[in-house]
Write a protein that binds this ligand. Structure first.
Ligand SMILES: *Cc1c(COP(=O)(O)O)cnc(C)c1O
Length: 401
């Protein structure tokens, strides 16, 4: 045991000596994952209800994904996008065939894909809307941490230290169509919204709000863009979140679960909005053969096995279990749907609760000081959900909640 603590200390010392200190890490070194489970360097087992950050919708190291990576790595992993590769072609067609979109651009991350979508929006504004360049985004949104996406992300604490921000992004109240109307103008070229805000606290908007924004955009020839980096690939119980709300957005941005564990993002648009031309955009790694092989295999599996329907069923079950917990403890609300759920506490004790859960073998995340997020793999089992709820309840009791 002492030896194990020494070993952990050694790893922690390396981190504290060599890393830029941008995150407060929990005292666990993870060495293996399988399905919903991960193991640390001391062979302790944990239920991963974070899915490697909404990435592992098939769970850790699913054979469909590892086989695709293995096979592709022996053939060809990387070329410049001056040439065609088969996995990229396959994934592009699969995404188009299963969405309302016609064209795709592959990037390496959510932030980067959002950047590309915003470039498309600016070009649209320049060519079609008399040079309009402003992009409306929401308060409490999250779109990534690049220079432009900090301006898009409507949260002061991501912005304050980095001013002056990139101009042209207007943050407005989420789920409030009147406030939205106050900020739009002839300068607006696009709107970029999450269909459910993930990092912002699992905020579910009214369908009517999203439909009103969409309608306004259609009437004004302004791009309606959805950031589905967190909600895409089945998490909300439909392949894409916009489908759940009956939307028909012009542009969609994907990331996280698209690569199933390797870095892959994408933005897609309808034919009519496909204004980028050769030289306008590019990426060295974006959509290389290795990442798109993983993404293609994973997306095919999600679609063929109707994993979104399973996420919807499991999401209902987990939600009902959280409701039971809510009734038994001092808890404000259960939030979200599908397998993107939140538990809103009345006190700012989310971090204390997740640290207790960690020591009992359950990985969770506090999106807000008072909100705990649950986003397990979409194929999480009922037994795993029961086990997680049991651990959660023990932690709540210990925190006197
Ligand atoms: C995580 C996230 C991003 C950023 O993705 P990165 O891959 O970390 O750049 C963007 N938008 C949403 C909705 C996200 O959840």
């Amino acid at each position: 045991m002492n030896q194990n603590i020494d070993k952990l200390k050694t790893w922690q010392n390396i981190e504290s000596q060599y890393y830029m200190q941008v995150v407060n890490r929990l005292p666990v070194v993870l060495v293996m994952g399988k399905g919903t489970l991960v193991w640390d360097s001391n062979s302790n087992k944990y239920l991963d209800f974070t899915s490697g950050w909404a990435v592992l919708n098939l769970g850790h190291s699913h054979p469909v994904v590892t086989n695709a990576i293995q096979e592709q790595s022996k053939k060809i992993m990387q070329m410049t996008n001056l040439y065609y590769t088969i996995p990229q072609l396959g994934l592009a067609k699969l995404l188009a065939d299963n969405s309302c979109y016609d064209r795709v651009f592959f990037a390496n991350s959510g932030a980067e894909a959002n950047e590309g979508a915003c470039k498309l929006a600016r070009k649209w504004g320049r060519e079609m809307l008399d040079g309009a360049y402003e992009i409306i985004t929401a308060n409490n949104s999250f779109h990534g941490r690049t220079m432009a996406m900090m301006a898009a992300t409507g949260q002061k604490h991501y912005q304050e230290e980095w001013e002056p921000l990139m101009p042209g992004f207007i943050n407005v109240e989420y789920n409030d169509f009147d406030k939205f109307l106050e900020k739009v103008s002839e300068k607006t070229c696009a709107v970029l919204l999450e269909v459910v805000q993930g990092e912002g606290g699992i905020n579910v908007p009214d369908q009517k709000y999203l439909l009103s924004v969409q309608k306004w955009c259609q009437e004004h020839n302004v791009l309606f863009m959805v950031d589905e980096v967190q909600t895409g690939m089945g998490r909300l119980g439909t392949l894409f979140g916009y489908q759940k709300f009956g939307l028909d957005p012009d542009v969609m941005v994907l990331g996280k679960a698209l690569g199933a564990g390797v870095p892959l993002g994408a933005f897609l648009c309808k034919e009519r909005f496909s204004v980028l031309s050769p030289g306008d955009h590019g990426s060295t790694f974006g959509g290389n053969a290795l990442t798109t092989a993983a993404g293609w295999a994973s997306a095919k599996y999600i679609i063929e096995t109707d994993l979104p329907a399973e996420a919807a069923r499991s999401g209902k079950y987990l939600y009902s279990m959280l409701e039971v917990i809510k009734d038994r403890h001092d808890i404000e609300a259960v939030r979200g749907f599908g397998l993107l759920l939140g538990l809103e506490l009345r006190k700012n004790k989310a971090q204390a609760v997740i640290e207790r859960c960690l020591s009992k073998g359950l990985l969770l995340n506090a999106v807000r000081p008072n909100i705990i997020r649950f986003f397990p793999p979409l194929n999480v089992t009922e037994g795993e959900m029961n086990q997680a709820i049991k651990i959660l309840e023990e932690a709540l009791i210990e925190e006197k909640i």
